[in-house]
Design a protein around this ligand. Structure first.
Ligand code: FES
Length: 102
């Protein structure tokens, strides 16, 4: 029983960049990695930075502000100064839109 809280167009993800979308749960960063669509909270758990503006290397997103890193499959921090995990969100796509659900 999942509730849609945000969506974006699949085409927006195709550039390889993260997309930040607003939601009732705060901004969400959506990425496409090797055909898999992954969504995590967009705001870094260290300070106030948008991870959608960060640098993606495989499944690891590097925060643009201080270089903290997270695995976006698990949300877990993998490099300081990031220490607290990111909230993850479920995604599904109908081929046109990506839907973020809780
Ligand atoms: Fe992301 Fe500091 S705000 S590592």
């Amino acid at each position: 029983n999942s509730t849609e809280i945000a969506r974006c167009r699949l085409a927006q993800l195709r550039s390889g960049d993260g997309v930040s979308v607003p939601s009732a749960a705060g901004p969400i960063a959506i990425f496409e990695v090797e055909g898999e669509i992954l969504a995590v909270q967009d705001t870094c758990t260290h300070e106030d930075a948008s991870l959608a503006d960060g640098f993606l290397d495989g499944h690891v997103i590097e925060c643009p502000l201080h270089g903290g890193q997270f695995d976006i499959r698990s949300g877990l921090p993998v490099c300081l100064p990031a220490q607290l995990p990111l909230r993850r969100f479920e995604t599904r796509s109908d081929g046109e839109f990506v839907y973020i659900t809780t």
